[in-house]
Design a protein around this ligand. Structure first.
Ligand code: SD4
Length: 320
């Protein structure tokens, strides 16, 4: 059997990773279809507060979603930003990725295209997300709290047995973002990048900072120079963070998920970060990572951690 692999940001991608790993092991479906399906599954799940249905709204109480799809063989790339009530933003991103022109659509234009393509629409604002929005508005007014919390973009990179790679991301962006605000996620090179001749990378964290360093591109570039996924991730993030500290005195939360075309994976992060991986050698597994003295420490998530995560994720109220 040839090498295959799947890596994705955050624990919420576990079920999708498990399903993807079964398909990748069989080896008949393409990386591009598997990654789209994986992201759709997460977009459909209403308890994830940062992706698709159930995602947290902007300051006006509207759920605006961003997504991107990238084919590492053909470099078909599609991005959508600020889309409303399109049930699967990733589906639209993939659909438009094959267009020679118009492969990045925003707002109203994206809605029209989704209608033309007969893609499903639904109300993406759940009661739970609406309640969290009302609570947050109160907190901002009364306790002077920062609006920009609660963000966990899902991004995944996939390698199939034929050596094809693909990546996809989907997000509701920052909670309480301004209407029309777009982060790094749907932008090629920032939130997503993949080249089947090398590997791929996806990012999660503060988009305003990630896009300054074009981090996903930088990681793939370093892998092309011969670095392993782990080395490329750490080098790109450490270097970027040093520059940010020099220029701006601070750097936001950033985490990366990386896979190369040999099925080797890596991550880099400057905060505690959960991610999921499956390869020919590893069954679908949730790992937790953090950084200590510029080095990334990775541990398998314990049963207690997973149970606590599940309980928190499925509570009636969202805690930010
Ligand atoms: C954004 N990068 O819109 C996204 C948010 C995110 O984990 O990933 N949060 O800036």
């Amino acid at each position: 059997m040839k090498q295959w692999g799947f890596i994705a940001t955050w624990c919420m991608a576990f079920d999708a990773c498990f399903e993807a790993s079964k398909e990748l092991a069989i080896g008949t479906k393409k990386a591009s279809d598997i990654v789209e399906h994986a992201i759709k599954k997460i977009e459909d799940y209403p308890f994830y507060k940062s992706v698709g249905c159930g995602g947290l709204p902007n300051t006006d109480g509207v759920v605006e979603l961003d997504a991107a799809f990238f084919d590492g063989d053909t470099w078909d790339f599609g991005g959508v930003a600020g889309v409303k009530n399109i049930a699967n933003p990733i589906g639209l991103a993939k659909k438009i990725s094959t267009d020679r022109f118009n492969c990045f659509l925003v707002g109203e234009g994206a809605t029209i295209e989704a209608q033309k393509q007969h893609l499903p629409f639904k109300n993406m604002l759940t009661e739970r997300a609406q309640k969290a929005w009302e609570q947050k508005k109160q907190d901002i007014l009364l306790k002077n709290l920062s609006p920009y919390d609660g963000h966990d973009t899902v991004g995944a990179v996939t390698l199939d047995q034929k050596g094809s790679m693909a990546a996809a991301v989907s997000t509701s962006g920052l909670f309480m973002k301004k209407s029309g605000r777009v982060g790094d996620s749907p932008f090629s090179g920032s939130g997503i990048y993949v080249d089947s001749e090398v590997g791929g990378c996806v990012a999660t964290g503060l988009g305003e900072d990630i896009m300054k360093g074009c981090l996903s591109y930088e990681v793939v570039r370093l892998m092309e120079e011969g670095l392993s996924p782990m080395e490329a991730g750490e080098k790109a993030l450490n270097r970027f963070e040093q520059k940010m500290l020099k220029k701006r005195n601070h750097c936001g939360a950033i985490s990366l998920a990386i896979l190369n075309n040999k099925g080797e994976w890596g991550i880099a992060t400057n905060v505690e970060y959960s991610f999921v991986v499956s390869t020919q050698d590893i069954p679908a597994t949730v790992f937790i990572a953090h950084r200590k003295e510029q080095k990334t420490i990775i541990e398998k998530a314990s049963e207690e951690w997973l149970q606590a995560w599940y309980k928190k994720t499925h509570r009636d109220t969202i805690t930010i």
